[in-house]
Write a new protein. Structure first.
Length: 172
């Protein structure tokens, strides 16, 4: 899968990868969705992965909202930066340890729709030309959107599949 470079490609890739993620989840038993399958070093189950994606959607949406309303905001909230964001991810994980799986799935579905709706408000040039928005720095807005959608979904799918295969082998 090549990295999207147009608005249409971005929306198509985001929706296609999201659908792949949803199909993967639909093919899992309830026990598998709730099991401690450890898809990566931080997340202990599928709910944790969904919450991670949800929180990054929220980061993107809040960042765009603030900056388009003239309120300068960094993508990562203080005190985090690109060197310390793993600590922020751990805080997201801690925050949602009592969030039920079903809620995590609903929250992610809702923010995915909100992100797509927000992307649709921008032109191709606004999304993929450098220097359009000062608040995106040397990166395009589209690049942030790709990272928070299709690329992030791909990361989630790979981690869940790997952990699920291991879980299923050990459950036999």
């Amino acid at each position: 899968m090549s990295r999207p470079a147009t608005k249409n490609d971005l929306i198509e890739a985001a929706n296609a990868q999201f659908e792949k993620l949803r199909n993967l989840l639909a093919g899992m038993s309830e026990a598998e969705r709730k099991a401690d399958i450890e898809p990566n070093e931080r997340d202990k189950n599928v709910r944790d992965v969904l919450i991670h994606l949800y929180e990054w959607h929220c980061l993107l949406l809040n960042w765009i909202q603030s900056n388009t309303q003239g309120k300068a905001a960094a993508f990562l909230p203080a005190p985090y930066n690109w060197k310390t964001y793993p600590e922020m991810n751990i805080e997201f994980w801690k925050k949602h340890q009592s969030t039920p799986y079903a809620d995590a799935e609903k929250m992610l579905k809702k923010t995915h729709k909100e992100v797509i709706k927000r992307i649709e408000t921008f032109s191709n040039e606004e999304l993929f030309s450098k220097g359009i928005f000062t608040w995106t720095g040397t990166t395009t807005l589209g690049s942030y959107c790709v990272s928070a959608t299709s690329s992030h979904y791909d990361w989630a799918i790979k981690g869940i599949k790997k952990a699920l295969n291991s879980y299923r082998k050990n459950a036999v």
